[in-house]
Design a binder for this molecule. Structure first.
Ligand SMILES: Cc1ncc(COP(=O)(O)O)c(C=O)c1O
Length: 419
């Protein structure tokens, strides 16, 4: 989209290539004001795309107030809790989230990060360190063909080979294949297994069954005594949905689960970058290079902003928002079910997305829907029960800004595109 202010940018003489020779404060301020006015009065979805979601007013308010002071964390609040006093917001958020996940703050701690990507990479680093400390020199990282690519990055960065465990028919990690792979790897010598489990895969919204996997791991530890495990959960989106809908959500219930990653900037409408990693305290030894997290300096604004949101909404506020999204999802499903086989509709139990498998259908036209609706078309080879198959997946997000009118026009558009 070409904004009128882009033309003004040229008229004002802003050069897009060269570093300016002279100061230009006034023209910069005038230009920024014009740009702001333009966005203020524009159709936000047209300008920023159908995934545009307004920030929560309270979180934005706190972000704006405190950005004047540029609060930061050097990653050392865990030991110091000193400074301007703003660091305590991070400690407070971490404690509240541990409580939400029914964990114990004697055993678990955490820190705010820039995103689930950082959380996944940090988890993998913690896993490598943990396994090295208990004398394990050779490790493997297990993931599925749906696992977020940040985990693949983590495998490269930590130099831990990635092993693809097939998915089951519900598009979650297959316990059967996991068990088989563990058996195959074990050679009666020390070996480390890192497993990244996902709640709400990016391409399908489906989730791994954590308890089922923990059962397999439990049995394997008995059968293969020199095999050591480090599991973590990537709950980027669903980690901030499930605890408000399910009464029994306890991601740290099993001691095999060492870290938990969740984003605040996805659904919670706090500004980017704003994410959280919780981890077991005993993973980081004093003076370890990992003590301050992956990044040394980072903004303190995310903590204040999310702290404000938590207090403004409470559990009830989060729950109401999610239920509204899920209600629209149910309406959508009741209307779309007649066009699709049951097996071609993927729903996560607690999520706010639905994914349609478009295997044999035309997808070129469907791709165009991405311009107008919060949907994503993914085309990918997935390993289901050991067989690689090309899938076309249309993931539909039932975001809080969705209303019945928009849903109806989406359904209409889907019907015409599927004809
Ligand atoms: C399951 C999952 N993990 C990790 C990420 C990466 O999150 P971020 O963009 O916050 O780094 C995403 C992003 O969509 C995701 O869906």
């Amino acid at each position: 989209m070409v904004l009128p202010s882009s033309k003004i940018k040229l008229k004002f003489g802003f050069d897009s290539l060269r570093f300016p020779e002279k100061p230009g404060l006034l023209k910069t301020l005038i230009y920024l004001t014009m740009l702001k006015l333009e966005f203020l009065f524009s159709d936000k979805e047209k300008a920023f795309g159908p995934f545009y979601q307004p920030l929560n007013k309270v979180s934005l308010f706190s972000w704006k107030i405190f950005s004047d002071f540029n609060p930061h964390h050097y990653g050392d609040w865990i030991s110091s809790l000193k400074g301007s006093g703003l660091e305590t917001f991070e400690a407070d958020v971490v404690k509240k989230m541990i409580w939400l996940y029914k964990g114990s703050d004697e055993k678990i701690t955490g820190m705010l990060t820039s995103g689930a990507t950082e959380g996944n990479i940090f988890s993998c680093c913690l896993g490598k360190e943990f396994l090295l400390q208990i004398g394990v020199k050779k490790s493997y990282l297990f993931a599925t063909s749906l696992t977020h690519q940040s985990v693949k990055k983590a495998s490269r960065l930590t130099d831990i080979p990635l092993i693809d465990i097939p998915l089951n028919k519900d598009f979650g990690i297959s316990s059967y294949h996991l068990g088989r792979q563990l058996k195959k790897i074990y050679k009666n010598e020390s070996v480390g297994i890192l497993i990244c489990l996902t709640l709400g895969y990016k391409k399908t919204g489906t989730s791994d069954k954590v308890e089922e996997v923990v059962d397999v791991v439990n049995k394997a530890s008995k059968l293969y005594p020199k095999m050591k495990f480090f599991l973590w959960i990537d709950g980027a989106l669903e980690g901030l949905i499930t605890p408000f809908i399910s009464k029994n959500f306890k991601p740290f219930k099993s001691s095999y689960i060492k870290t938990f990653v969740v984003d605040f900037h996805k659904l919670a409408h706090v500004p980017y970058p704003s994410s959280l990693i919780l981890f077991r305290k005993n993973l980081i030894k004093k003076n370890s290079p990992l003590e301050n997290g992956l990044f040394e300096s980072r903004t303190g604004l995310a903590a204040i902003s999310f702290w404000s949101l938590i207090n403004a909404l409470g559990k009830e506020g989060f729950k109401q928002q999610i239920l509204k999204c899920q209600l629209l999802r149910s309406e959508f499903l009741s209307k779309v079910e007649k066009y699709f086989n049951k097996d071609d509709i993927l729903n996560s139990e607690y999520g706010i997305t639905t994914t349609l498998i478009l295997e044999a259908r035309t997808t070129e036209k469907i791709k165009e829907m991405e311009k107008d609706f919060p949907v994503r078309l993914h085309q990918d080879f997935l390993n289901i029960e050991g067989k690689k198959k090309n899938f076309r997946l249309l993931k539909i997000y039932f975001l809080p800004t969705l209303n019945r009118n928009k849903l109806d026009s989406f359904l209409e558009s889907l019907r015409t595109h599927l004809k």
